[in-house]
Design a protein around this ligand. Structure first.
Ligand code: PEP
Ligand code: MN
Length: 360
């Protein structure tokens, strides 16, 4: 689908050339709370104030947002601070109320993006809107589902679209609340270079101490903005207490973040870069040639196995290679996970080649 270039222009309009910073609490709790936080944020790099009004909670019985009455508080935030306002919408009714209350930015949450019925209903209710609509990635690592949601909005003539990378859930316990899986947003950006990409390190980390690192990685990957949950008293927050930071800490984090140049400026740099890149290109070609040579030998072994009726998969041999290579890799400074995954892929390809020989 062709993406109208308007999608980058909304960003240029509200945040020319610098990353768009969205900050504010996970949930609007009281009028005093939203006013307190927003006043502390005004004058900072944040230009959009976020607050959840209706909260999608995993289990019933958790705090589900204060609901409609917060919309008036947010209007007051806007009037008093000049910050733009962003809220999550999950139903056409939310869209209607958000528009009625002059909310500037509406985001579709991760639990809504997974459901094409929900997204279609939202897209219908947003038809032709000039508001900024941000689509969070679905909770599961499915690029097509994320793209599908954006396409539904585009078909509804929603032109001011952006996406938010908030990480992907996993059953196993990891360092993150939601795994970043950076390759997925990178693939999204490759397919839709004109749609601004914003990172939500708060929901990726699930805890305060890694927000800065994830935010910096996002900037290093040329993201167009950040959304950081900010609360006046994080430990007492009614939702997502562990991952919220005070406006003061938020400002310190933003201050320390480095926005990289998009391109090399000086010609010396470009010369050096070109030479290093050409070295990498040559190494990559050698890698392919080596892999090819290796696979030719794998083929010869496959024929031998077939002639002698020996099984393709040899557990001991595979474990031995993997162990040896991981050790070798670690001695050379290459990580366990990296070597482990590369050699598993190589092994899979070897099996595929030998299977082909067995079946021919
Ligand atoms: C949120 O931003 O408050 C939220 C509920 O996020 P997500 O949809 O990413 O879980
Ligand atoms: Mn939250």
């Amino acid at each position: 689908m062709n993406v109208k270039t308007d999608n980058l222009s909304w960003l240029n309009r509200i945040s020319a050339g610098i990353p768009l910073i969205i900050a504010g609490p996970c949930s609007a709790e009281t009028k005093e709370q939203v006013l307190n936080i927003s006043h502390q944020l005004s004058g900072s790099k944040a230009t959009v104030f976020r607050a959840g009004v209706w909260k999608p909670r995993t289990r019933p019985g958790s705090f589900e947002g204060v609901g409609d009455k917060a919309l008036k508080w947010l209007q007051q935030v806007k009037a008093e601070t000049g910050l733009k306002i962003a809220i999550e919408v999950a139903k056409p009714r939310h869209v209607e109320l958000a528009i009625k209350h002059d909310i500037d930015v509406l985001w579709i949450g991760a639990r809504s993006t997974v459901n094409p019925f929900t997204v279609q209903e939202l897209a219908d209710s947003l038809k032709g809107t000039d508001r900024i609509i941000l689509v969070k990635n679905p909770i599961n690592p499915d690029l097509e589902l994320w793209i599908g949601a954006v396409e539904r909005l585009l078909k509804s003539n929603v032109n001011n679209i952006g996406v938010i990378h908030r990480g992907f859930s996993s059953y196993t316990v990891t360092n993150y609340r939601n795994q970043p899986n950076w390759q997925i947003p990178i693939d999204f950006k490759t397919r839709f270079p004109d749609i601004p990409m914003i990172c939500d390190p708060s929901h990726i980390c699930g805890r305060r101490d890694c927000i800065e690192k994830i935010a910096q990685t996002a900037l290093d990957l040329q993201y167009d903005g950040l959304m950081i949950e900010t609360h006046n008293d994080p430990d007492s927050a009614w939702s997502d207490a562990d991952q919220q930071v005070t406006p003061e800490i938020f400002k310190q984090i933003i201050q320390r973040l480095v926005v990289r140049e998009k391109k090399f400026r000086e010609s010396k740099f470009s010369e050096l870069l070109a030479s290093l890149r050409s070295q990498i290109d040559n190494m990559d070609i050698r890698l392919i040639e080596n892999l090819n040579e290796r696979m030719e030998i794998v083929g010869t072994i496959g024929k031998l196995k077939k002639e002698n009726n020996v099984a393709v998969f040899q557990q001991e041999r595979f474990s031995e290679i993997l162990e040896k290579m991981i050790m070798h890799g670690e001695l050379s400074g290459l990580s366990h996970d990296f070597i482990n995954s590369i050699f598993k892929e190589i092994h899979l390809e070897s099996i595929r080649i030998q299977e082909n020989i067995f079946n021919s």
